[in-house]
Design a protein around this ligand. Structure first.
Ligand SMILES: [Zn+2]
Length: 321
């Protein structure tokens, strides 16, 4: 069924999507993504690049370290809930090689996202990815080479903590240029399910940044809750940071709808941005994500704000609409 024929909410802004990884050509990926947006009533989407570093991954993910992180959380439930745990424990070398293959498959350079956005008639808004291989100077050059809404940092894939001193020139630049910082929070699939490997992705590490950069808009992706092992793992911590700092927002991508309701109750809806994380939640369409917000037991003005108005206000302030 076509989007236009479907009842429901239109004009949604999805603040967290990625290019479909099976469509390698950025223009083809943009067309595919726009068809998905049309079927979900999504008018515009923030498209985020993913740039891990294989060299850094190999330095950090030694078989010994990965086995130790797995062993720290080993119990029957964990064993059932983390796909591939058996391989990680019994043949970490093979598992690490498989992680490397997956990282390569899912890498999306910032330039590709920029190209996809260029061919979207203004419907896709590009966000660059931090890239440890480029270093701080290289990342700054990249940010200056095209018009991005902002930069995303993946403390899991990038084996870093956002408040590290060396990243400060990037944060200064984003703040000066009225660009945003999106930070992946919670855990991540595979070896990053182990708390020992996702400490850098705790929302509390954003506190000092929010304080030192009051004009920098920071978006806590996934509200600290991304985890198959412990869904909602750092959720309360995310709410504390959102409540405390005016410049800190959060997106709802891959967050359990129940937690979104709790967030509205505890911190209000003004700084919550709808995100689907399409196509990364397997078996879950952008339409499903929109409908999950519409089904929440919250006021309709809160739904309206989360699905569109909060993002619209932010994008207008930053010169994107
Ligand atoms: Zn994502």
């Amino acid at each position: 069924m076509q989007g236009a024929e479907r009842p429901g909410f239109t004009g949604v802004i999805d603040f967290h999507v990625h290019l479909p990884w099976r469509r390698r050509d950025p223009r083809e990926a943009a067309e595919y993504l726009i068809r998905e947006m049309d079927s979900a009533g999504v008018a515009r989407a923030v498209v985020i690049a993913i740039e891990p570093s294989i060299a850094l991954f190999k330095r950090h993910a030694s078989p010994e370290r990965v086995r130790k992180a797995a062993a720290e959380v080993l119990d029957y439930l964990v064993y059932l809930r983390i796909p591939g745990l058996r391989e990680i424990l019994f043949s970490p070398e093979d598992s690490i090689a498989e992680h490397e293959r997956i990282l390569l498959e899912h890498t999306r350079r910032s330039e590709e996202v920029l190209e996809a956005a260029r061919h979207s008639g203004g419907r896709l808004i590009p966000v660059a990815s931090y890239n440890p291989d480029l270093g701080v100077e290289g990342v700054l050059r990249k940010l200056k080479s095209g018009r991005y809404l902002g930069l995303k940092l993946y403390p899991t894939l990038h084996f870093c903590t956002p408040s590290e001193r060396r990243l400060r020139p990037i944060l200064d630049y984003l703040e000066e240029e009225e660009m945003i910082l999106i930070v992946h929070t919670g855990c991540d699939p595979g070896i990053w399910e182990f708390p020992g490997l996702c400490e850098g992705a705790r929302p509390k590490s954003l506190e000092s940044i929010a304080r030192k950069h009051p004009d920098l808009v920071i978006v806590i992706a996934h509200m600290g809750s991304y985890s198959a092992l412990k869904p909602g793992i750092f959720f309360s911590e995310a709410l504390e940071v959102i409540a405390k700092y005016d410049n800190v927002y959060a997106d709802t991508s891959a967050v359990d709808p129940y937690l979104v309701e709790v967030a509205v109750d505890r911190v209000g809806y003004e700084k919550l941005l709808f995100g689907s994380d399409y196509p990364y939640v397997v078996g879950y369409t952008m339409r499903d994500a929109v409908e999950d917000i519409l089904k929440l037991n919250i006021e309709s003005k809160a739904k309206n704000a989360i699905l569109r108005l909060n993002a619209e206000r932010l994008l207008r302030r930053l010169g994107w609409c």
